[in-house]
Design a protein around this ligand. Sequence first.
Ligand code: GLU
Length: 431
Amino acid sequence: MPVQTKNPAVPKTVESPINPWEVALKQLEIVAKHMKLDPGIQSYLSYPKRCLIVSVPVRMDDGSIKIFEGYRVQHNLARGPAKGGIRYHPGVTLDEVKALAFWMTLKCAVLGLPYGGAKGGVRVDPKKLSLAELERMTRRYTSEISIIIGPGKDIPAPDVYTNSQTMAWMMDTYSMGIGHSAPGVVTGKPLEIGGSLGRNEATGRGCVYTIENAFRKLHWNLKGTTAVIQGFGNAGSVCAKLLADLGVQVIAVSDSKGGVHSPQGLDVPKLILLKNKGGSVTDYSGSGVTRLTNQEILELKCDILVPAALENQITGANAARIQARLIAEAANGPTTPEADEILYKKEVFLLPDILANAGGVTVSYFEWVQDNLAYFWKEEEINQRLEDLMSAAFENVYLLAQEEKVDMRMAAQILAVRKIAQALKMRGIYP
Ligand code: GLU
């Protein structure tokens, strides 16, 4: 049960009515059936290896003590140390973190990164905390999960509402506990303490590389197409900027406050400026600009739809009304299996999360390698390596989709599950 107090920063239950862990298990069931997967391996992947639930007491600025609930889930370690971000959000639940950890296991396998999957989260509305409270909460949460994290064990990174500052506090807290600096314990750090060039933009950049790969493969022309982007955080805003740079007209964007739409296209740098000043995309004005909800923008006629916010946005309830030609999932788990089926029948080309948003963890891997070597690469080198890995993964998934006559999600999942199953079989069951 989530901790409930009268403190507004400790939210009441606000999670989505669709349970993300049930979605993940359903996906696994579908892929296992298609692959005729050994039922033993299927059930192996149906249980996360470790789920740590921690209480995070924080002394608030007014002197009171508040308790937040935090989680770290390691889903599977067959292919290497656990890897995955930390999310601060009022909707975080253990089941959500389990699903996100499962998707990390698959994502790392699709990209061929030597990692298993993990995820962490704290059920908190970080916008209601002062910076000092946020720091104390991050440090106590890190200290609580330090029994299972470490540079060779489990390496956190940013996710929704966490950033390089959060990672700096985590790195420092962990390092204080062991008596020396351990930059490789987290990725997505500031450059000054072992971060990597290109990490900040990596999720959006990787997503745009994947969109370009898909357009090339489908013989579509990217220039002059239109895009709609739900969510204007790190992934969504970088995607919007890079797409606009490629001559794509970004006609609608949204954030947690709602969306804006202009058939003539929005000025992306202006939107980024608004966000950087602490505002919302809904503050954007101009001729022909209308306000829409987060749900409404998904149904706009466009070429490219990028869900870059949270899970369960495209469901059985709205999938039939999606008008995009291509969907690139910058978010984790934005589409339910019911919606997948509808979109496939409508011939919408869907780039699944475990491929499309893997740029973040890929450059996290580069960061970790650089930390381990204590030798740092140039930004062009990082972006080139990112493009190489993302393009190879796209190619593998696309070929498999053709061979198996399945959609890109199923192909990506088959590829991932094959690799994980091989690792599990090679390692065997202990003892
Ligand atoms: N949170 C990001 C994801 O969902 C990045 C994870 C990482 O870099 O470890 O892929």
